[in-house]
Design a protein around this ligand. Structure first.
Ligand SMILES: Cc1cc2nc3c(=O)[nH]c(=O)nc-3n(C[C@H](O)[C@H](O)[C@H](O)COP(=O)(O)O)c2cc1C
Length: 324
C-alpha cells in the first residue's frame, strides 16, 4: 500500500475493463474499482464472467451490492479465485431501483446487516473488505449517525471506509442530482479520521485537481476521484508524476499501447467504440480537441473498421506530437 492512496471511483457504465486498462497506463499506482455488481449476478453468472471482466490487467477492487450476508459470502467465494485485490461494499448508491431492493445507501440505517455482510465476506476469503458510503441519508444526517454506522460495521471487521462527502436523499432526487445537490462536507470526513485514527479513511466527492488532492492528504489517508478521471483522464498522468513522483509515460508510447490494445481487442470481437469512447477527452483544451472527439467518439468510430480508425487516430497523434 502506498502512503498516498489515490483511487478512481467505481462508476457504472464508465470504469469498465477498457477504461481501467487506459487508467493503468497513465498511472500504474492508482487503485481501480469495477462498477457495482450485485452479489446475485456474481453467483448466477457463468464462472468465467468475473475472470473475463478483469483479464489482461492488474488486480483491481470489485464493488459489490447486496443485503444478504449468505449471498455475499457465496459471491466472495467466486471472487477470491479471480483477479481482484479488494471487495468493496456499496452502501452509497441512492438509485430508486437499488433502494427498492434495500441495497446501496438505503442500508446505512441497517449497520448490523452491513456488518454481518463484512463478517461473512471475511470468513469466505482473505481479501480486504472496504465500505463506500455517504455521510448519511435523508434526515439521518447527524455526525452521531455516521459514527454509529462506522462503529457498528468496524466491530464486524471493516477497517477501511471511502466516504462520499455528502448525504444521499433517497426520495425525490435522481442519482445524478444526488451527486450534486446535497452539499459537500469535507470537514465531517476529516473529523471522522481524527476520531477513528486507526481506521483508513478515504475521501470522495468533487475532487478535481492535484492541489485539492494534496490538501485532503493533510487530513485523510486516501483520495478517490470520480467524474474528473473520466472527463480528464490525463489527470491520472499528472498524479503519477506530481504525487507519486514517477516518470510519466510519453504520450506517443501511451497512444501506441492504446492502439495495440484496440487492435487486439477488436480481433477478439470487441467493438472498438467501447474502447475509444474513453479516449474522447484526451486532447481537451488543446488544439484539435473537437476533431479528436469526433474521431474517437463520433459516428465514424462506430462505423469504421478497427484498422481504419486506428490509422486515422495514429495520423492525428503523429501530427500533434511531431515537432514542426
Ligand atoms: C456515471 C456514474 C456512475 C456511478 N456508478 C457508481 C457505482 O457503480 N458505484 C458507486 O459506489 N458509485 C458510483 N458512482 C458515484 C461515484 O463513485 C462517486 O462517488 C461520485 O461520482 C462522487 O465523486 P466525484 O465527485 O469525484 O465524481 C457513479 C458516478 C457516476 C458519475
Amino acid at each position: 500500500m502506498f502512503d498516498k492512496r489515490i483511487s478512481v471511483a467505481p462508476m457504472m457504465g464508465m470504469t469498465d475493463r477498457h477504461f481501467r486498462f487506459m487508467a493503468s497506463l497513465l498511472c500504474d499506482k492508482i487503485s481501480l474499482y469495477t462498477p457495482m455488481i450485485h452479489v446475485d449476478a456474481i453467483i448466477q453468472s457463468d464462472k468465467n464472467f468475473l475472470q473475463r471482466e478483469n483479464k489482461d490487467s492488474k488486480a483491481v477492487a470489485i464493488q459489490i451490492a447486496g443485503n444478504d450476508p449468505n449471498a455475499a459470502s457465496d459471491a466472495s467465494k467466486v471472487i477470491k479465485n479471480c483477479n481482484y485485490n479488494e471487495i468493496n461494499l456499496n452502501i452509497g448508491c441512492p438509485s430508486e431501483r437499488v433502494q427498492n431492493c434495500k441495497v446501496g445507501a438505503a442500508l446505512m440505517d441497517e449497520p448490523e446487516t452491513v456488518g454481518q455482510m463484512v463478517e461473512s465476506i471475511k470468513h469466505a476469503c482473505d481479501l480486504p473488505v472496504t465500505i463506500k458510503t455517504r455521510l448519511g441519508i435523508d434526515d439521518l444526517d447527524s455526525y452521531e449517525f455516521l459514527c454509529e454506522f462506522i462503529e457498528t460495521t468496524s466491530n464486524y471487521g471493516c477497517d477501511h471506509y471511502i466516504l462520499h462527502a455528502r448525504k444521499a436523499l433517497l426520495n425525490g432526487l435522481s442519482p445524478k442530482e444526488n451527486r450534486t445537490i446535497p452539499p459537500i462536507n469535507y470537514p465531517r470526513v476529516y473529523k471522522i479520521k481524527e476520531q477513528y485514527s486507526d481506521l483508513t479513511i478515504e475521501i470522495n466527492g468533487e475532487i478535481k485537481d492535484i492541489n485539492e488532492i494534496e490538501e485532503h492528504f493533510k487530513y485523510v489517508d486516501g483520495v478517490m476521484i470520480g467524474r474528473e478521471a473520466c472527463n480528464n483522464p490525463l489527470i491520472l498522468r499528472e498524479i503519477n508524476s506530481s504525487i507519486y513522483e514517477e516518470k510519466p509515460i510519453e504520450m506517443t508510447e501511451f497512444f501506441e499501447k492504446m492502439f495495440e490494445y484496440i487492435l487486439k481487442e477488436s480481433n477478439h470481437g470487441t467493438g472498438v467504440h467501447f474502447i475509444t469512447r474513453h479516449m474522447t477527452s484526451l486532447f481537451k483544451g488543446m488544439p484539435g480537441a473537437k476533431e479528436w472527439r469526433n474521431l474517437s467518439g463520433g459516428i465514424e468510430s462506430k462505423k469504421s473498421s478497427a484498422e481504419d480508425l486506428v490509422k486515422s487516430m495514429q495520423l492525428f497523434v503523429e501530427d500533434r506530437f511531431t515537432q514542426h
